[in-house]
Design a protein around this ligand. Structure first.
Ligand code: NAI
Ligand code: MG
Length: 494
């Protein structure tokens, strides 16, 4: 394993506190929980175990900040510059952030640097521009006998509770915080208990950028306690959640108390379709990347690979050959291509899916088991001989496991099969026929469709799910509607 930098060692040495009202604070209970390096299973740090009392304090700080002069009266231009500065500072501290991410989540440090950190900076830079471009409309109305001037204003939705997962800890924080700040909201962010480090470092960065006290508060702690308290808090106006579909449902129920606005970015079981005319030199590595990127711990993972019958063996074996060559190891080792899963819980979950697949008759062309020894490693796996009713075909595995299935000719059937899921987050299509590409893309029930590519994300593109993959969209202009209220003002001008 590569040695950690002095900066990272220094950051994890002290027990980590929470950011509340511009200050770093321990949990009211005084409790701490261990933070683990998933490549070794060792405890590397401790973080404050925030609970209901801490969430309440943070929400009150966010409420006060929402109405404070320093935030509410900040000009859009100054707010935009502040959001931009956060993006700049993320790039300034990119190496350190990537190192913390690799240590805490397990992903390769090179990937953390080029994907997670780079895209996190990008969303702040993109959203910064919107601060000065959020405006209402002047609307002619048709009431007879009067003379009215009507217009709309976009106002911040208010105090936003944000709950994020562990698969892209820094990037998920960035996707959530950047639109909230550009629209003038204030935030209580509850980070995932598995991976608190990079968001806490981002908290320091935001203070360095000049963020006023209380505008962003960061709580570390568990979902059932801190997360649930945030989702139910009566002073929170909106909750934005990314995580499992089951917890998404709990969030909706918790939000019912004060009918807070809800956006959800949930699970997926994304189909990836390879047509007979596809360029296989691109499609085979593309299909491997679609499932193995981030060790399959992606809500968009291309986990159902549908391949034309005539080229099925070539594609399935091609993906399996790539899988066999992937170098597993600690994320901090520059040679590593795939790190461990995030936790022993996820390791057991993924292995449980593999067992169920084999019991139901699936065969592995590659992988199929965990790697013995320390750390939570699973071998990249290609399963064949599966049927549509199997658990491994229907449920989100959230690990490096793809089910490959042949189909005959592109007709309604393959579209039906692709759409036969409770999820609808993403989908892929590989073909040289541009007409077919458009047609299939239009028929797929998914919030994102990639043609001859996969995992292409951009801050300007809306991202979210059909069906049980979620409510609303992240990023792009689309996310701003979820962080603003539109107010219609009508004046009788006589
Ligand atoms: P999870 O949905 O339990 O956790 C995500 C976040 O929600 C964490 O911050 C957690 O503390 C919080 N949370 C948990 N229970 C809560 C509650 N009752 N109220 C409020 N907040 C709560 O996901 P988990 O357990 O980490 O992973 C389980 C499965 O969920 C994965 O195997 C995967 O299938 C899916 N998942 C999907 C993600 C996505 O990006 N869509 C991300 C993470 C997990
Ligand atoms: Mg959970």
């Amino acid at each position: 394993m590569n040695a950690l930098s002095v900066k990272a060692i220094d950051f994890i040495r002290q027990p980590k506190q929470m950011l509340i009202n511009g200050r770093w604070e321990s949990a009211a209970s005084g409790k701490l929980f261990p933070v683990t390096n998933p490549a070794t299973g060792e405890t590397i740090a401790h973080a404050a175990e925030g609970d209901k009392a801490d969430v309440d304090k943070a929400v009150k700080a966010a409420r006060a900040a929402l109405e404070s002069k320093v935030w509410a009266a900040m000009t859009p231009s100054d707010r935009g510059k502040l959001v931009w500065r956060i993006g700049d500072l993320i790039l300034k501290y990119a190496d350190e952030l990537a190192e913390l991410e690799a240590l805490d989540n397990g992903k390769p440090v090179t990937v953390a640097r080029s994907a997670d950190v780079a895209l996190a900076a990008d969303i702040f830079h993109y959203m910064a521009g919107w601060a000065t471009k959020l405006h209402g409309l002047t609307i002619p109305i048709s009431i007879s006998g009067g003379n009215f001037h009507s217009y709309t204003r976009l106002e911040p939705v208010g105090v936003v509770g944000q709950i994020i997962p562990w698969n892209f800890p820094l990037l998920m924080a960035a996707w959530k915080l950047a639109p909230a700040l550009t629209t003038g909201c204030t935030v209580v962010l509850k980070v995932a208990e598995e991976t608190p480090l990079s968001a806490l470092r981002l908290g320091e960065i935001m203070l360095e950028a000049g963020l006023p006290d209380g505008v962003v508060n960061i709580i570390t702690g568990f979902g059932e306690t801190a997360g649930a308290a945030l989702a139910a808090h009566p002073m929170v106006d909106k909750i934005a959640f990314t995580g499992s579909t089951d917890v998404g449902r709990l969030i909706v129920n918790a939000a019912a108390g004060n009918l807070k606005k809800v956006t959800l970015e949930l699970g997926g079981k994304s189909p990836n379709i390879v047509l007979k005319d596809a360029d296989l030199d691109v499609a085979i590595p593309g299909a491997a990347n679609a499932i193995f990127f981030n060790h399959g711990q992606c809500c968009v993972a291309g986990s159902r690979l549908y391949v034309d019958h005539d080229i099925f063996d070539e594609v399935a074996e091609g993906v399996a050959d790539i899988a066999k060559k992937i170098v597993l190891g600690s994320g901090l080792d520059p040679q590593t291509q795939m790190g461990p899963l995030v936790s022993d819980i996820q390791l057991n979950r993924v292995c449980g899916f593999l067992d169920s697949g084999f019991q139901e008759g699936a065969k592995a062309l590659s992988g199929g088991k965990k790697r013995e020894g320390a750390g939570y490693f699973v071998e990249p796996t290609v399963l064949v001989d599966t049927t549509p009713q199997m658990k491994v075909v229907r449920e989100e595995i959230f690990g490096p496991v793809v089910v490959a299935m042949p189909f005959k000719d592109v007709d309604e059937k393959i579209i039906q099969q692709a759409n036969d899921s409770i999820y609808g987050l993403a989908a892929g299509v590989w073909t040289r026929d541009v007409g077919k590409a458009h047609k299939i893309a239009h028929q797929l029930k998914a919030g994102t469709v990639w043609v001859n590519c996969y995992n292409v994300f951009d801050a300007a593109l809306p991202f979210g799910g059909y069906k049980q993959s979620g409510w609303g969209r992240e990023m792009g202009a689309a996310v701003l509607t979820h962080y603003t209220e539109s107010k219609a003002i009508t004046i009788n001008i006589g």
